[in-house]
Design a protein around this ligand. Structure first.
Ligand code: URA
Length: 249
């Protein structure tokens, strides 16, 4: 059993205004007004009583016609497009948080690790501090798979160097890729256990090539789905979260 397995507790019924507040729809007073203004349905039925109580397990609600599943905590994946910064205070480009709906941003989600502004691919978000810590901790070395399009043709010497380990500036020990192979003449697939600053770009440069485009395609056993377009996001259910930490048992 991993610490990611949800602890099953009996779900107590919750008042509707508290439910909406917990899901990022603003202060309780505001949520009360939303409900009293007939803008909310619960499990498909209109409800104008902010103090009506509902079991939250499996609950769906809608606000102004948009349906949401009740989520005790936020776990989601985004297909990050190029041109967005992972910083919470972006400077030169819009931030990745702007790609998420306001109620999710309101819940204080953070990206788990960062991708460069020009890197695309799988990026996770959560508001669960323990989960974020577990996913980011160097102790667990959660493998991340990248596809790097390179300026020069990939050769076996570069692959061998990346697998043996290259010494990066500011590091005292060489860092080795957990896996490395050529997918085509100009595309390298690299699996890394760490998440150091510009790590793929620096490692590939140290091996004598140059990254021209970079995409993260997997974290642990969780693949970026083919049908998740750049800029789209999706909730991560418990089974998807289990796939993130394959070696954690
Ligand atoms: N390595 C990089 O160089 N950039 C990223 O965005 C992620 C890993």
């Amino acid at each position: 059993m991993t610490i990611l397995n949800a602890v099953h507790v009996t779900e107590y019924p919750m008042q509707l205004e508290r439910i909406l507040h917990s899901q990022g729809f603003g202060a309780r007073k505001l949520c009360r007004i939303l409900v009293r203004s007939n803008r909310v349905t619960v499990n498909g039925l209109p409800c104008d009583d902010p103090f009506a109580e509902f079991a939250t397990d499996g609950l769906h609600f809608s606000v102004d016609g948009e349906t949401w599943p009740y989520q005790p905590q936020v776990y989601l994946m985004l297909h990050k497009p190029a041109g967005f910064e992972c910083s919470t205070r972006p400077t030169h480009h819009p931030g990745v948080l702007s790609l998420l709906p306001a109620p999710i941003r309101e819940r204080g989600v953070q990206s788990i690790g960062r991708l460069d502004e020009d890197t695309t691919g799988l990026l996770l978000f959560s508001d669960d501090g323990q989960f974020i810590h577990r996913m980011s901790s160097p102790k667990w070395k959660v493998p991340k798979i990248y596809q790097a399009t390179t300026k020069h043709a990939v050769d076996q010497r570069q692959i061998d160097l990346l697998l043996q380990g290259v010494l990066l500036n500011d590091e005292t020990e060489p860092i080795a890729a957990l896996g490395c192979s050529a997918l085509s003449e100009h595309v390298l697939q690299l699996t890394l256990g760490e998440g150091k600053y510009h790590q793929v770009k620096r490692m590939v440069a140290a091996a004598g090539n140059r990254v021209e485009a970079l995409k993260r395609t997997a974290i642990g056993n969780l693949l970026l789905p083919d049908d998740l377009a750049p800029g789209q996001w999706r909730w991560l259910d418990a089974a998807a979260r289990e796939q993130l930490l394959p070696a954690a048992d």
